[in-house]
Design a protein around this ligand. Structure first.
Ligand SMILES: NC(=O)c1ccc[n+]([C@@H]2O[C@H](COP(=O)([O-])OP(=O)(O)OC[C@H]3O[C@@H](n4cnc5c(N)ncnc54)[C@H](O)[C@@H]3O)[C@@H](O)[C@H]2O)c1
Length: 261
């Protein structure tokens, strides 16, 4: 298993679901983790995840600049800087194009504020700190919607804002991977299919169909994929994870070796 002792990680949306699994996996690998969430239990969750790496939690909204400044200060003051950044906080909502105009505006602010504005601001704050420490890793949590479809149901038409936010996130992944390669900062997207979290369970009010629940992926599998990705050292790739297939890195394509030199 990768040893991340002495490295400082930030995980957004870390109180539950995939974010909690990412924070737990990083701490288990020895990293010192600063997690944030809008949920009040962020601090208690952080305490429960510590070991062997330290874990601190903050109640912070990634769409708010002042909250992000506090988050980055906590990582810098507590753990000396930032080496690893997992942009996990994400909002999903049905936003059919037939919605009322005023609802669409509110949905835009909520979804884009978390899924994109937070990603941009936090990266801008952390990249200089990574450069100070000689490099780092940014992992953007995306979705299989941005990959070539293997099954019907990707890019569903009634979640246009969510879909658009993840395609835009993909654009950041591609651009930053190239722009930051010389600074030894790797940037990748993790693009999984359905995974057992509160967000997905919410679609069935907590009671998903048994045949679906028997197949979806577990957050811990995706967290291991994230660790494998960091250990592998590739950059500029959207890593897919699909129901019914092994959750594992694909062979690294030659173009990524070119990007990372
Ligand atoms: N679960 C899936 O099947 C699935 C599939 C593909 C992609 N994803 C992506 O994975 C990520 C995590 O999803 P999940 O299923 O664990 O969701 P979740 O809703 O179960 O957990 C998300 C966490 O983020 C927090 N959060 C939301 N907005 C925030 C904000 N503005 N600031 C700080 N924290 C905030 C929530 O409070 C929650 O704790 C998201 O980016 C999502 O789009 C999930």
């Amino acid at each position: 298993m990768i040893d991340l002792s002495g490295r400082s990680a930030i995980v957004t949306g870390g109180a539950t679901g995939l974010g909690r699994a990412f924070a737990a996996a990083l701490a288990a690998a020895g990293a010192d983790v600063t997690l944030c969430d809008v949920r009040e239990d962020a601090l208690a969750v952080a305490e429960s995840l510590a070991g062997p790496g330290r874990v601190q939690g903050l109640v912070a909204d990634v769409s708010k600049r002042a909250d992000l400044e506090l988050l980055v200060d906590a990582a810098r003051e507590g753990y000396g800087g930032v080496d690893l950044l997992v942009h996990n906080a994400g909002r999903w909502a049905r936003t059919p194009v037939s919605d009322a105009y005023e609802k669409a505006v509110v949905d835009w602010d909520e979804i884009m504020g978390t899924n994109l504005r937070g990603l941009l601001l936090l990266s801008r704050m952390c990249v200089p700190l990574m450069i100070e420490r000689g490099g780092g890793d940014i992992v953007n949590i995306s979705t299989y919607y941005v990959l070539p479809a293997k099954s019907p149901g990707t890019n569903p038409p009634d979640t246009d804002l969510y879909n658009a936010s993840k395609w835009a996130l993909n654009g950041f992944t591609q651009a930053w991977a190239m722009a930051l390669a010389e600074q030894n900062i790797r940037v990748n997207g993790v693009c999984m299919g359905p995974t057992d979290t509160e967000m997905l369970r919410g679609l069935w009010k907590g009671d998903p169909p048994a045949d679906f629940a028997a197949t979806w992926m577990q957050p811990e599998e995706i967290a291991q994929l994230m660790l494998d990705l960091i250990e592998d050292g590739r950059s500029g790739e959207n890593i897919g994870a699909w129901i019914g297939e092994p959750v594992a890195l694909s062979p690294s394509p030659a173009r990524h070796r070119t990007i990372t030199g």
